[in-house]
Design a protein around this ligand. Structure first.
Ligand code: HEM
Length: 474
């Protein structure tokens, strides 16, 4: 297969790149909690096509927009998730749509996409609104008590409650639960995934540290909870088999497919995908919201402008009363886009070449790693004017000469091509609804006691030390 883009070296070994050590390559130069920052620094030095070696694996690191589009588009046949990722997900029991490949991926993808489509979101809006009011009441209590809150943890309660209702038809209501909640288990997963994915050697297959045993316990606990949910869903379907022909959520759709002969899913497939949706829906949206709220505190004048738009559209309502109302908030959406341009929760996307393939003149052999610097592309001056500036208006008036450069192809916070994030519409709706609710009801200030808010890569890019204090709006 050949996709020629320009005259670059044809062999990986000819590309520029940071000098490494024998065998471990560049491994010792990297702190994996800030891996993305190091790769972006190297891109500034070596260009939009360079080479790194991590332990035994060779990678090409790409921040060329055309080449990145090719990689995203030529899936699943030419590029796939890393084999190491597939193995790690598999042994943890969540080898669902995110890590599956080829036909196995296709049949799972169809069901997930349908479960998250617009029609389902439309029917779901009432539940989303009620969950948003629970978040508002929770923050009202915090405001009254004058306490600082851990913003990401707060928002993860919200996103888990939304995902479980939409995907499983179950209301966990962790927002109004004081005791143990599923998030405590889910919290263990992403940092450990990051650790294992970046480990030069799969040590956990030979011995387990305390943190590996904690991960085992967390996975076991979530699996038990999902198994209970599946059992009750199956009982509901046995009582009303008609639901099998018109499934109302993802779980029912998986079970309907299980009941049909040509799409036989095992219970393990169902558990793996339930796990996948919980993980994919929780951190990503919560951390994006957290970064956006941080920008509210950084840019109070913009907060006032966004609030004016929300007031005008919502009137007296304390949150958008319909999906239609939430869709009529262009400045809120621009604020969300600008947040994701500068603080994407997936600042890099990592794949393996699956077949011999040429990209941008470079010949890749099967197994070569490909890292797309998604944030790197979004902060390049070739792609966006004044790229380091937080300017939501660039998403509204793309013709303003001061903001001339605006390459939407360089903005891929949800990935691209056939494996584009199927949760995008749900996530954008959650983000708009929560930001609008916040603007209507609260003022917000940082309460991180002087500690810097930093980017930490824990599979997704998480803001550290993000504590805030809400005040009831005057
Ligand atoms: C702001 C929030 C979110 C962001 C930034 C985000 C980002 C991403 C990215 C970058 C990918 C990889 C895409 C690719 O390989 O091209 C992805 C995949 C995926 N996301 Fe999201 N996501 C978000 C929210 C959600 C939500 C709410 C759900 C569902 C509840 C979800 C479900 C998935 C699934 C199932 C995949 C795997 C798709 C596949 O491999 O076919 N995501 N997401």
């Amino acid at each position: 297969m050949s996709i020629q883009l320009s005259n670059r070296p044809t062999r990986l070994e000819e590309l520029p790149g940071p000098k490494g050590l024998p065998f471990i390559g560049n491994y010792a130069q990297i702190n994996f909690q800030t891996f993305h920052l190091q790769l972006e620094r190297w891109a500034a030095e070596y260009g939009d096509f360079y080479r790194v070696q991590l332990a035994g694996s060779q990678f090409v690191v790409i921040s060329d927009v055309e080449a990145a589009s090719v990689v995203l588009r030529e899936r699943p046949q030419a590029f796939g998730r890393r084999l190491a990722l597939q193995d790690i997900f598999d042994e943890l029991g969540f080898n669902g749509v995110f890590s599956a490949e080829d036909e196995n991926w296709r049949r799972q993808r169809r069901i997930v996409v349908t479960a998250l489509n617009s029609a389902h979101l439309h029917e779901f809006y009432a539940a989303m609104l009620e969950t948003t009011h629970r978040l508002r009441r929770r923050w009202e209590k915090a405001a009254l008590a004058g306490v600082a809150v851990d913003l990401c943890a707060e928002l993860m309660r919200y996103t888990v409650d939304i995902t479980t209702q939409l995907a499983f038809g179950i209301d966990f209501n962790t927002l109004e639960t004081d005791g143990p909640i599923i998030q405590h288990h889910l919290d263990q997963v992403f940092p450990m995934l990051n650790r294992r994915l970046t480990s030069p050697f799969p040590y956990w297959r030979y011995f387990r540290f305390g943190r590996d045993r904690a991960l085992d316990d967390a996975v076991k606990a979530v699996r038990a909870q999902i198994t209970d949910i599946i059992t009750s869903c199956r009982a509901r379907l046995a009582d009303s088999p008609a639901a099998l022909s018109a499934p109302r959520n993802f779980l029912e759709a998986m079970m309907a497919a299980q009941a049909s002969e040509n799409l036989a899913f095992t219970d393990d497939d169902i558990i793996a995908n339930a796990f996948t949706l919980l993980l994919a829906g929780e951190d990503t949206t919560a951390n994006t919201l957290a970064w956006a709220i941080k920008f509210f505190t950084d840019y109070p004048a913009m907060f006032t402008q966004v609030r004016a738009e929300v007031d005008a559209v919502l009137g007296q309502a304390s949150a958008p009363e319909s999906r239609d109302q939430a869709m009529r908030l262009p400045l809120v959406e621009a604020f969300a886009n600008e947040t994701m341009r500068l603080k994407p929760v997936a600042p890099l996307l990592i794949f393996d070449a699956k077949i011999p393939i040429e990209v941008g003149g470079l010949m890749l052999t099967p197994g070569t790693g490909v890292i797309l610097l998604s944030r790197g592309m979004a902060i390049a001056s070739d792609n966006f004017a004044q790229p380091e500036q937080f300017m939501p208006a660039r998403w509204l008036d793309k013709t303003d000469p001061a903001q001339r450069v605006h390459n939407a192809k360089a903005f891929v916070p949800f990935g691209g091509g056939p494996r584009f994030c199927p949760g995008r519409n749900l996530a954008l709706l959650e983000i708009k609804v929560v930001l609008a609710m916040l603007c209507r009801n609260f003022d917000v200030e940082m309460a991180n006691e002087g500690k810097a808010v930093e980017e930490v890569l824990a599979f997704t890019m998480v803001p550290s030390n993000l504590w805030v204090r809400f005040k009831k709006r005057c």
